[in-house]
Design a protein around this ligand. Structure first.
Ligand code: TNX
Length: 733
């Protein structure tokens, strides 16, 4: 009877959807954007701008999807990645394979049936489908790593096959089995209990016996790692944290870390004996981020050059406990001594909440993850042509009129939201606890269409422009010949200075029109300013001096009034750079020119060359974002290959190198989970580039040490791209 009710409920749920078409190409763009229920019956494509990519990225309101009659045997990787609104899906009857992360974080899905012919379910295919209550598996598909991880709401699992499907031991990771009713064919339960991958779900968990091999698991690689004589320290103990003064924050991290890794394992046997995690400060280490970590029979001792050093020692300890990440925590750690310190000062990720808004809680969640790998700077790109995302009290119109739009290229979706100043203070405070600084960016003179839309007088001829809904470069620029521009920027930067304590402010400076700075040529105010500055030409040739004037005035205010160091994206139009500024080398192929300019002008340089550091680009051909504005590929190996000194030698590194940064421009990143997918694992490669000294780096070693980090990401329900050679399952696909 119960089953009948389910069947009726399911049929109702799957009831023929309102709109029925063969393939997506039969629908108009607006129909895709409006669709809430779709039934596709044709032969579905899986590559490029495929039916699946369109379902995922264009049908942003889709709630029910019926593919039952579709001619489709393979659902590609990431097919409906993070479609939070999707409530019901009927899978194609002829389906054979489901790709990795195909339904990752489809958090509104309630029930699901895997048809009988399905042969394999890729890794993390349904991970984080946190609303899924009922799952039925008709046949015997191979269930990949973390395929159904974190199904927190799962209450009923029905398995129709008498023979257990071959399952990875992690396939059902993070499921509270006391909440799940499992139904298997009569007389099969014994088989399931014994079968690989199922034992865990049926209640048997073998404790880990792993003795951590630090050389194989730490990332970024520490400067020195030495094994010591002695029997490995068993981990299952009663841990106590002892700390010297001024380490309250780090003590909190230490206790949380122990609770997450060691305690709280439901099946762990009683702890045996005591162990101490001792934390101390010692300025003699010579760098606030330096630390030493020792393991012996008493426990673990971490000494930091400053609080950040102690924190990084803890992050290393966490990785030792995680070991190979076959389980959450290893059994023992060998006696050892680590001496570690960073190679570069600033190791940064840039997040772009303009093209796609990042809800505040998701933005906060990004910080602890980057801090695990000793990344220490979060750069927030708060303003662009497509949106203004930060509350400015002097100009409430900015967020009121420019933080909501419909459309980002072919995705006709609503994108709205902004951060209040209080939220930003909260972010700054949270980030500080993880030793991450938050650097705000306000673009000038280009990438400012959102502000110009609100205040046309910011641009030449007070031109009225709509908020931009496509990617690319806009020709409307802030007008350097108008006093209002300076008044506006002055007020904006004053408020920012009160919210963000970081000593740095980023001023943008990139892609100011095409041809560059041309908007100023026909403007009477700009021409008047030229005359004032003694510039005799009226064409575009010396417009760079207007840009210099604009920057100099703003830089002067930032330095004298707010004590800030300005940063900007390097363009060849910056003919002179003020000493002490930080320039970002980002343009593909222009790194050497940017470095030479920085050295010649006694400026610092942040290395984020597109060919290594643009994490918005796909990691391999066909990886997300499959449809984009023509991005090249930035492979994991390319990111890892970055030399932060760019072959310029030690003197450059000492005097001019500021750090390394990875960018996550969000034109094509349309969900928070996809930010992680783009960032990881390349952000881990970048972390090693920035932290580890050349002598301890090796690509092969990195790949080996990355595998446990990736497994741990998956275990914690975080999305990441597996499109790199050496990743589990990469070869087959
Ligand atoms: C160039 S990088 C830009 C951004 C885009 C990005 C896309 C830079 C300083 N400017 O406005 O979002 O390319 O990859």
């Amino acid at each position: 009877m119960k089953r009948l009710t389910f069947l009726v409920a399911f049929l109702l749920a799957a009831q023929v959807c309102a709109q029925e078409v063969g393939r997506m190409d039969e629908l108009q763009p607006q129909q895709k954007a409006d669709a809430t229920e779709l039934k596709l019956t044709g032969e579905l494509s899986t590559k490029g701008n495929s039916d699946f990519r369109q379902l995922r990225d264009l049908c942003w309101q889709l709630r029910r999807l019926d593919l039952g009659e579709a001619r489709c045997t393979d659902i590609p990787d990431n097919a409906l990645h993070s479609r939070h609104r999707l409530e019901a899906v009927v899978l194609p009857r002829k389906l054979r394979t489901i790709g990795s992360q195909a339904f990752f974080a489809c958090s509104s899905l309630r029930e699901l049936t895997l048809p009988e012919k399905v042969e394999s379910v890729g890794s993390a295919a349904f991970s984080m489908c946190t609303g899924l209550e009922q799952l039925t598996i008709e046949g015997t598909p191979r269930l990949g790593d973390f395929a159904f991880a974190h199904l927190r709401s799962l209450r009923r699992l029905t398995l129709r096959s008498a023979v257990p499907p071959p399952a990875s031991p992690t396939a059902f990771e993070g499921i509270d089995r006391t909440q799940v009713e499992i139904e298997v064919p009569r007389d099969s339960e014994r088989l399931y209990r014994k079968a690989e991958g199922w034992a865990r779900l049926f209640g048997h968990v073998a404790a880990s016996e792993e003795v951590c091999q630090p050389e194989r698991v730490l990332v970024p690689m520490p400067a020195r790692l030495e094994r010591c004589e002695g029997e490995a320290l068993t981990v299952n103990r009663r841990w106590e944290v002892e700390a010297g003064p001024d380490l309250a924050n780090e003590t909190g991290h230490a206790m949380r870390l122990i609770a997450k890794r060691i305690f709280g394992q439901t099946d762990a046997p009683k702890p045996k004996g005591r162990a101490v995690l001792r934390l101390d400060l010692d300025a003699a280490l010579g760098h606030p981020e330096a630390y030493t970590l020792e393991v012996d029979k008493e426990g673990v001792r971490i000494v930091g050059g400053g609080q950040a050093g102690v924190f990084y020692g803890l992050m290393t300890f966490d990785q030792l406990l995680r070991g190979e990440a076959e389980t959450r925590c290893c059994a023992a750690i060998p006696w050892l001594r680590i001496e570690d310190r960073p190679r570069t000062e600033v190791r940064e990720l840039m997040v772009d909440p303009c093209r796609t808004f990042v809800p505040f809680d998701e933005l906060k969640a990004f910080v602890p993850e980057m801090a695990r790998y000793k990344l220490n700077s979060l750069h927030l790109h708060l303003v662009d042509d497509q949106a203004w995302r930060i509350e400015i009290k002097a100009y409430p119109e900015l967020t009121a009129q420019a933080s909501k739009r419909v459309g980002m290229d072919d995705m006709l979706r609503v994108d709205s939201g902004y951060y209040t100043q209080d939220q930003m203070r909260e972010l700054v405070e949270l980030a500080a606890r993880y030793h991450v600084q938050v650097v705000p960016e306000i673009e000038m003179p280009g990438h400012e269409v959102a502000a110009i839309h609100v205040f046309p007088q910011l641009t030449c001829h007070a031109k009225e422009v709509p908020i931009r809904t496509t990617c690319g470069v806009s020709d409307e620029l802030l007008c350097p010949g108008s006093e209002f521009t300076y008044e506006f920027l002055g007020k904006v930067f004053r408020e920012l200075a009160e919210v963000f304590p970081s000593p740095y402010v980023h001023l943008g400076g990139d892609e100011a029109g095409n041809p560059a700075l041309d908007c100023w040529t026909s403007c009477p105010n700009c021409q008047a300013l030229k005359r004032q500055l003694g510039i005799t030409t009226t064409d575009r040739s010396e417009n760079w001096r207007l840009q210099e004037h604009l920057f100099n005035r703003v830089i002067d205010t930032l330095r004298t009034k707010h004590g800030k160091t300005p940063m900007f994206w390097y363009e060849t139009d910056f003919k002179r750079i003020q000493p002490g500024c930080v320039t970002f080398a980002w343009r593909h192929g222009l790194t050497r020119a940017a470095l030479d300019a920085a050295v010649a002008n006694d400026a610092k340089i942040m290395l984020c060359p597109g060919e290594h550091c643009y994490l918005d680009y796909p990691m391999a051909p066909g990886d997300m974002p499959e449809v984009n504005w023509g991005m090249p590929v930035t492979s994991l190996e390319a990111t890892y290959a970055l030399d932060p000194a760019w072959g310029m030698g030690e003197e450059f590194e000492r005097n001019n190198l500021f750090g390394v940064a990875g960018t996550l421009w969000s034109e094509c990143i349309n969900s928070p989970e996809r930010i992680y997918y783009q960032a990881y694992p390349r952000a881990i490669a970048l972390a090693e580039v920035g932290w580890s000294h050349a002598a301890v780096r090796s690509w092969k070693g990195f790949l080996q040490r990355l595998a446990p980090a990736v497994r741990d990401l998956q275990r914690r329900g975080i999305s990441c791209s597996l499109r790199y050679e050496g990743a589990e399952g990469f070869e087959q696909r």
